[in-house]
Design a protein around this ligand. Structure first.
Ligand SMILES: [Cu+2]
Length: 216
């Protein structure tokens, strides 16, 4: 109990001093709270973070990923984005080239569907739900992608990192969940190559450290 009280007091003090550290602590606490399943915990802990960049190439956050019981999981922690609702998709190629991220290709669509859950012929497996960026520009979300996996083969599921990898893309506007091929969600404003850290090119510490430095 003594330790819990001490931690709470420390977190409160950090919140008074500056937003970044307290936000980080809150994120970790939230993710830890969601990781009740031991398999998920092990998987996501093993997955290094990869950087998310904006259209100017600035690192604005990170994405962690792993395999859980409900499919692949993608955890975004980013800042400096326009407040409001934005489309979020897994795109087909693991390439985030400036300035428009067109290099990421179309939506990841291994089952040959049309775009959007609102379409009779939808949806792409890469069609994710819209995300909301807060008034402070922070986007923090934890998404389970049903019917998929990243690294650990499962029966009747599709591998996100098969072929030439994949990229997670945030769009300028909300996805209408029906307009083919991209839900009328506008420009691609942020991009993260999923899985590159497997090759050891980016460490978790580097990604979060850079992101934090850029927002201060
Ligand atoms: Cu997209």
């Amino acid at each position: 109990m003594r330790h819990i009280l001490f931690w709470t007091a420390t977190a409160a003090a950090a919140a008074l001093v500056g937003g970044c550290d307290s936000n980080r602590a809150e994120t970790d606490a939230n993710i830890a709270a969601n990781d009740s399943d031991a398999a998920v915990q092990a998987s996501t802990d093993d997955a290094p973070a990869v950087p998310m960049i904006d259209a100017s190439g600035k690192v604005i956050g990170e994405v962690r990923s792993g395999d859980g019981p409900d499919g692949a999981r993608l955890m975004i922690d980013a800042r400096g984005l326009p407040p409001g609702e934005h489309g979020l998709h897994i795109h087909d190629a693991g390439l985030c080239e400036l300035p428009d991220f067109k290099s990421a290709g179309g939506h990841w669509n291994p089952t040959g569907k049309k775009h959007g859950s609102g379409s009779a012929d939808g949806a792409h497996l890469g069609d994710l739900s819209n995300v909301t960026v807060g008034a402070d520009g922070v986007l923090r979300t934890d998404v389970a992608v049903a019917g998929t996996y990243l690294r650990t083969a499962q029966p009747s599921a599709q591998a996100i990192l098969g072929g030439d990898g994949a990229a997670l893309v945030v769009h300028a506007k909300a996805d209408d969940y029906k307009t083919d091929p991209s839900g009328d969600s506008g420009d691609r404003i942020a991009c993260a190559v999923l899985g590159t850290a497997e090759a050891g090119s980016v460490s978790s510490t580097d990604a979060s450290g850079t992101a934090a430095a850029n927002t201060q």
